[in-house]
Design a protein around this ligand. Sequence first.
Ligand SMILES: Nc1ncnc2c1ncn2[C@@H]1O[C@H](COP(=O)(O)OP(=O)(O)O)[C@@H](O)[C@H]1O
Ligand SMILES: [Mg+2]
Length: 993
Amino acid sequence: MSRRGASPVLVGRTAEMAALQAALETVRRGDPAAMLIGGEAGMGKTRLIGEFTTVARDAGARVLTGACLELGADGLPFSPFTAMLRDFVRESDAGEIGSLLSGSGRAARELARLLPEFAARREAGDDGQPAVSALADDGRTSIRTAGEARAQLFEGFLTLLERLAAHRPVVLIVEDAHWADRSSRDLLAFLIGYQRALRGVLIVVTFRSDELHRTHPLRPLLAELARVEWVERHELPRLTRGQAEELATAILGTSPDRALADSIFQRAEGNPLFTEELLLCAGQCDAVPDTLADLLLQAVRRLPEDSQDVLRIASAGSGVTSDALLAQVTGLGAAELAAAIRPAVAANVLVAHADGYGFRHALIQEAVHADLLPGEHSAVHTRFAQAIEAEPELVSRGRVEIEKSHHWYSAHNTTGALVSAWHAAVQTSNRMAHAERLMLLDRVLELWEQVPNAATLIGADRVRVLQEAASAADDAGELQRGLAIAELALTLVDEATDPLRYALLLERRSSFRSSLGMGTRIADLRRALALVPASLSTQARTQLLLSGARCTDNDPEFRDWAEEALEYAREDGDPDAEGHALASLAMMEAGASQMAGPGSKPLELLAEAARVLERTDAFHRSLKLAILESHLLCGAGEFEQAARAAQEGIVDAERHGLARTGGAFLAINVAEPLFHLGRWDEAAEVAERALDLAPPPLTRAALWLILGWLAAARGDLETALRRAASARAVLSGAVYEDQYHLPLATFDIAITLATQGPVQATDLAAELITRYDLQKSSPRWVWPLLTTAAYAARRAPGEAAASLLHELRLSAGKLAAFGPVQEAWQLSFTALAGALAGSADSASEDAVPVNPLAAADAAADAWEAVGQPFPAVLALIHAGRTALAARATREAASRLRRAAPLAERLGVGPLAAEITDLTRRVGPDSDAGDPVLTGRELEVLRLVAAGRSNREIATALVISPKTASVHVSNILAKLGAATRTEAAVKAHQLLLL
Ligand SMILES: Nc1ncnc2c1ncn2[C@@H]1O[C@H](COP(=O)(O)OP(=O)(O)O)[C@@H](O)[C@H]1O
Ligand SMILES: [Mg+2]
């Protein structure tokens, strides 16, 4: 039997149904698929989903559906996902749930935060009671970081889906995403981004496309998802005239007459919801109402008064309202309530669900609610708030405070709204819904002035609320907002009477500023430390000291701070702080070198930190240690060890339910050393797999760069360009960090050289070396940049290239080279660009003549010694060319013989071809070789290229002008050049200079 007024059959929508079914087949095959379905309100999204649900279940799939709810300005964090879990728990037995989550301790605990019913045992802090960490002075003393906990929550969900989908496909449906809270949007993006690895799960999202105004928060998410290759977007069109008539026929059970069909199609314009209402009205109303809202109210107005009263009250509820709550807010007994509801259900205004009643369509609920008089409006919301306050069990756990806050706010009860928003904020902090927490705290602050005794009511003053808000803003990544909050709080605290708070706020402000790239933190931190001597609080002082130790500037003052922090941490028996201090000291010890070999002080300090942290639960810090250790080892050329350390970190991350997030970052530190070792297939696999995990932007950029180098080295320039563009898109918006921006700059020069030639590459290099502050950057990243720039400049003719080489030599002259890898870079640089006379602080800016072949050999040896075959091949080719230019064919041949097997092992097509070509030129019976110039001629050529006249050349080389002119003629002849300029250009192309 169909519901009154509804069509028993689905009209049209065959294309969409087919697409959904095809997508289900796709995931059944193990490939990813997601579908975004937009449409105006009433267009049939829910109906389509409903029909598909039936089909999918019949085909053996498990369908999980969760709808987003409109709850005024309050987001109900993760509401569609909580709803899904609740349904799932209701449908499954405890054994099934237990086995699904076995062995994923952390993940299961995080899921229990999302839905307390999920865990058999209740965890402290889950029931809305303030958790200690959330109420600690600054919200930062919590051992776990907000990011870590949230990542665990996301992974918990993922684990659950993975296991559910192990045996049969899962369809996950998020309805009405235009109302989704930010946390749900984040989780949705995470799940879809991760789908390549989440086999067997189809994700379907519906949303009202007519609600998406220009600044609607769903827009950027839809745009982001549209770029994911397995995401399909469909827009439900209006029904055609023929379909509308079909719908009318299905509802009426007989074809409508022509006039009725015409008028309905004209009014409803193919919208199924309005078509239904108009049909109902046509049978019963005296006149068709003017507005669509009135049309939707027709069915309501025809109901008995009692039913209408219930509906008016129910319209203030959110989503499905339980019988018990309806009874409370209406004040009716069970029998009376049932009697009042029955006609509303019969008229298909209300729909019965497993856990209560909901309006058939949100538009009807909106129309009824909008129809309330202002006084009634406040009154019904007050009833809801009071009912929930009296009996919190009436709504599901975790929603109590947020619902109360929403109803009190809608009822204009500022006190109630403020108090419950505060409690809800505290509760939300346990649920890793940072954006919602910030919104709730914003409400507390908004209402603060209107509630005279607010501080007494919530047991916290305004500054405390601001501190919490700043912490939420930090966790939610709302840095500008956080900075504004911290600034405001600082104006409210008296430095003299409350130095501790003032200092912590200064630290907070400095942290926002530095994240926003607004300069150094040192001044604020110094001031903060002056305010908090150890006698006031060693714990707070330690926190401030360690915050300073996080600064990237390598000031000796920071080392003192880290050491002082270490002392307090040991005295106070705080292993987390101790480990943090030790790790900071290790990085300071490594300093600008950004490298450390086995047995070195930095690695010893890291090992000590690891031992200390073993005593704690501070997983994120251990993870950090693995990152630091592998980073330093890789910088020292200990590639095998570096990869191993990072790999162990990944295993550890998996144990903590953080394989995707923490693990993805560590993948950079696995892939990079593997790339250096020439184990390119493995490096590519690690990087690709990590990218499937949808890691955060900076991690992605670093992985793209590794894959870009790989593609470029293999001659796949198209892919290399694409990777570079992706990385650039992320990094152009990020605050400068040498370890990200300099490798990108280096790669950009290399790829420009390969695709556009040396002139463009030189121009780009000249711009890039002035764009960033190379003095303050680690030589680890500066050397590759300078060397690659020199490589391009050596191939370009003209003044610009010469002056770039000069600039590069100046920079290189001032740059230290730490460890074997940086030394190898330095040797490569010298082989290409020469060196500066004297030491770094010498005044001389002249290039010293170096023996080009010896320099190229030295570079090749250094690369081979450190175990990096790719730059070794490049250096050997350069040595071969250099020897060839000096007519030293035997030397040239031996360099090329060394290069050939290395290039072959790497599988680098373009370089192998270059080696073959050069070898052919070296061969005795080949006359296609580079022109052979004598040593003297090379000297003269260099001066010619520098634009000197014969007379100047003569003076410089202490020969007669006549001899100089003979040399020049010979050179022109050998190079086949008509003019001196042409000779200079050719000389550059042939790398003769
Ligand atoms: N293709 C269709 N065939 C039959 N009835 C439909 C169709 N599309 C929508 N309806 C009916 O129209 C009403 C509104 O549809 P609904 O799916 O709730 O819209 P939406 O979710 O897009 O707002 C429902 O009563 C639904 O049953
Ligand atoms: Mg709907």
